[in-house]
Design a protein around this ligand. Structure first.
Ligand code: S3P
Length: 420
């Protein structure tokens, strides 16, 4: 895909439904005791992985992703290995679900997912009594789970990961006694919010979340737009010299808005208004051409913008002064090593960024002339360099641009609309 520069950007858009919340809606509604109805589910590579795996293990879905009815699952042993595709959320959350479900299951994923750490979820589930075996000393997919009786316990997590927290909470729903997860820093809380709305027996006390076995009420949910998908348009508007973008009906959960807060601190002309608070905060973002100043970013904000940090490198390239981020080592464990794939690709465009094990430092402003990059099969890297291409002088060619199907299948159509 060759991305060409655009002179002017004025638009109002709606971004696709939230990916994280869509995964949770598909999984949790199947655990309810009665029929659920969910509106506006994301239909993309990752959520289709969850949808297919859930069907294989007995979930009952009807309708389409705009309006889906979900009947209580009739859990069964799948007759073949479960393909989690590229999706870490599918592999980790469904491991938690299967740990307490009778039967033997094998989970596998694509090459990228097979490199991503699974010990962080295998160890706590084993501590609860699950029988799990996995490749490379129980650390990588494929893995096999023999679900059965679990006992609740306290888990003090080493990394702030919503996927791990969610997997443990799902296992905790099936365990004897109380299961508690303590996070080192607050990660996204969509699972907790949905479980609370379903009447789960839960206690949330700062960074500690506890859950007990119990019946779940059905889910009636309208999923908001994905703020992570919106972020590409936000950064485009801010960095472009003649732009204004309004994004409506987008999720604005505080645990996801770290990028918006950071851009504002860098001097961005950006506003976001929460218009609804239930079941998830949701509203409008307006972003305009801005002059940014470099910033040393608070590492405490990392979990609330974990998927958006590569965009901060682009913001830093355009900002005046230095932009530094540390404490973001988790980026190396995503669909690609996002510290390396961001810096290497900027390097191919002649833009220098200093690499740290847990972050980077960039001096700006630097010119983006153009050239060729490679997404490394990572949807967020493909979308990042699309934005860079629109801001460039001569355009950017992206190899592996089809990876956008993982979270945002219509990304290039929407981009074309915005740049008209
Ligand atoms: C997600 C949590 C984050 C995020 C991922 C989606 C989720 O991962 O990077 O894109 O839906 O729970 P971690 O839990 O590994 O931080």
């Amino acid at each position: 895909m060759k991305i060409l520069p655009a002179k002017k950007i004025r638009t109002e858009i709606k971004v696709p439904p939230d990916k994280s919340i869509s995964h949770r809606a598909l999984i949790l509604s199947s655990m309810a005791g009665e029929r659920s109805v969910v509106h506006n589910l994301l239909e993309s590579g990752d959520t289709l992985s969850t949808f297919q795996v859930m069907k294989e293990i007995g979930a009952r879905f009807s309708g389409d992703f705009e309006r889906m009815e979900i009947l209580p699952a009739r859990w069964r042993e799948a007759v073949r290995p479960l393909d989690c595709g590229n999706s870490g959320t599918t592999a980790r959350m469904i491991s938690g679900l299967l740990a307490g479900t009778t039967g033997l299951h094998i989970l596998f994923g694509d090459e990228s997912l097979s490199r991503r750490p699974m010990k962080r979820v295998i160890e706590p589930l084993k501590k609860m009594g699950a029988s799990i075996f996995a490749r490379n000393d129980d650390s990588l997919l494929p893995l096999s789970i023999k679900g059965g009786d679990l006992r609740g316990c306290v888990h003090d997590l080493q990394v702030a990961s919503a996927q791990v927290k969610s997997a443990i909470l799902l296992a905790g729903m099936k365990a004897e006694g109380i299961t508690t997860v303590i996070e080192p820093a607050p990660s996204r809380d969509h699972t907790e919010r949905m479980l609370v709305s379903m009447g789960a027996k839960m206690k949330i006390d700062g960074r500690a979340v506890s859950i007990e076995r119990g019946e779940l009420n059905p889910v009636f949910f309208q999923i908001p737009g994905d703020v992570s998908s919106a972020s590409f348009f936000v950064v485009l508007a801010i960095l472009h010299p003649d732009a204004s973008i309004t994004i409506r009906n987008v999720g604005l959960n505080e645990r996801r808005t770290g990028l918006l807060r950071t851009l504002k601190k860098m001097g961005a002309e950006i506003e976001w208004m929460v218009e609804e608070t239930s079941p998830e905060p949701c509203g409008t973002i307006v972003a305009k051409s801005s002059r940014l100043t470099g910033l040393e970013i608070d590492a405490g904000l990392v979990p609330s913008m974990i998927d958006e940090i590569p965009l901060l490198a682009l913001a830093g390239v355009n900002a005046h002064g230095s932009t530094v981020i540390r404490g973001a080592g988790e980026l190396r464990k995503k669909e690609s090593d996002r510290i390396a794939s961001t810096i290497e690709n900027f390097g191919k465009l002649g833009i220098g960024i200093e690499e740290f094990e847990d972050g980077f430092s960039v001096e700006g402003p630097q010119r983006i002339v153009g050239g060729s990059v490679d997404s490394a099969g990572d949807h967020r890297i493909a979308m990042l360099f699309t934005v860079a291409g629109i801001l460039s002088e001569e355009g950017i060619e992206i190899a592996g641009s089809d990876s956008v199907r993982i979270s945002y299948p219509r990304f290039f159509q929407d981009i074309a609309e915005v740049c008209r």
